[in-house]
Design a protein around this ligand. Structure first.
Ligand code: GLA
Length: 388
């Protein structure tokens, strides 16, 4: 597992000399509120203990020299050449942040970077946001912007990271991942209001109640850059336009039936039904967490999964089998998390059931001759920051 010391050591090997510092940022799982962020809705993610570390030193020649444990060859690109699609791959997330910070009026003179991470890549756990946010944290300090000091500054940094992802990495994502990586608090879930940009910290300490959150990385293909995510987003925008609202957030759940009648399109109706009911489930889930009613939280997870599977159509066999197997083995609730089309599921289980539930899901995968999933328990962890 990488940390600030090992990442600085890797920097000395790959780049040479000492880094100015090491910054890190977490991946995330979303407890509930899926495909709501780009609809101005609510989401309730937590930051993972798994983090991406960036050892960084400024350059003065306008170049980005980027090394990663996960890539054989370094990437060397002039900042002036960074544009949509360039440099491509993982380096776009780093270069994109330097670009976005520059666009915001804070020119970057160049960077040497070495990246080490234990956030699983391609698992729907926001390894890209962790990478962006580790670099943004570094730039805030190196440029003397001071934006890590409070939540407003962190929201600004998260916005730049989202721009990096939308414009340079060309993934039309909604901002939840960057917001939680920058604004999380340990032992809390973070209620994100994606219309106002406000956050509210909700205590989330499962161990105190004898519970745990199990993540199942299905290892099934997951790519947000492909057309499906963008297509869902477009459907929501079209529905909002037909309904005459800025975003689907403006449709209260009490008005859902009326809105559905006005759409006259089966597919759009299903998409809107998911978004509007999902935003309502987030509110119910926050209330249930505050009451310590974990049975209700579990039921909301299951309803969320059904809605994502049947109405939003972003689940897949591996996610459904993970959820069904966890439920059959006594989970209080389970659901896919993140964008879908592969990636990870989460299950709310009793603390003593983490290993048996993981084993049961693994067994279900092996029997189907699928790649073995990665199963691990997570706790709500800290946001991006400086490590050394
Ligand atoms: C991905 C995106 C997020 C969000 C989720 C779905 O993780 O990056 O912005 O839209 O999918 O909730």
């Amino acid at each position: 597992m990488p940390d600030a010391v090992t990442t600085a050591a890797r920097f000395r090997e790959t780049v040479g000399g000492d880094p100015t510092g090491v910054w890190s940022a977490p991946g995330r799982v979303n407890l509930i509120g899926e495909h709501t962020d780009y609809n101005g809705g609510l989401a309730l993610p937590i930051a993972l203990p798994q983090r991406t570390y960036a050892a960084v030193r400024p350059r003065v020649d306008g170049r980005l020299r980027l090394h990663s444990d996960a890539a054989r060859d370094p990437v060397d690109v002039a900042l002036a050449d960074v544009k949509p699609g360039t440099p491509g791959g993982w380096a776009s997330y780093v270069a994109g942040v330097a670009w976005a910070v520059g666009e915001a009026g804070h020119p970057v003179g160049g960077l040497d970077v070495h990246v080490s991470s234990d956030v699983p890549v391609g698992a729907g756990l926001s390894s890209s946001a962790a990478l962006e946010c580790s670099v943004a944290a570094a730039l805030s300090d190196l440029l003397g912007l001071g934006l890590l000091a409070d939540d407003d500054g962190r929201a600004t940094l998260a916005g730049w990271c989202q721009q990096a992802e939308n414009v340079i990495a060309e993934a039309p994502t909604g901002g939840m991942d960057q917001a939680i990586s920058m604004r999380a608090e340990p032992a809390h879930a973070t209620l994100l209001d994606c219309r106002s940009g406000a956050v509210e910290q909700v205590p989330f300490d499962l161990a105190a109640s004898g519970l745990a959150l199990l993540v199942v990385d299905t290892r099934a293909e997951h790519a947000l850059v492909d057309g499906q995510y963008a297509a869902r987003r477009r459907s929501c925008e079209r529905a909002a336009q037909i309904l005459g609202v800025a975003t689907l957030r403006e449709i209260p759940v009490a008005d859902l039936d009326d809105a559905l009648r006005r759409l006259r399109d089966g597919e759009l109706e299903a998409r809107v039904r998911h978004v509007v009911t999902e935003i309502d489930r987030v509110e119910q889930c926050v209330a249930a967490l505050r009451d310590g009613d974990f049975d209700a939280v579990g039921r909301l997870f299951v309803a969320s999964h059904a809605s994502l599977r049947d109405d939003y159509e972003v689940s897949c066999d591996e996610l459904d089998v993970s959820v069904d197997t966890a439920m059959a083995h006594g989970a209080l609730g389970a659901r896919m998390t993140g964008g879908g089309f592969g990636g990870s599921a989460i299950a709310l289980v009793r603390a003593e059931s983490v290993a048996p539930t993981g084993a049961a899901v693994t067994d279900a995968f092996v029997r189907r001759r699928w790649t073995e999933p990665g199963c691990f328990a997570v706790t709500a962890s800290a946001a991006a920051g400086r490590d050394s």
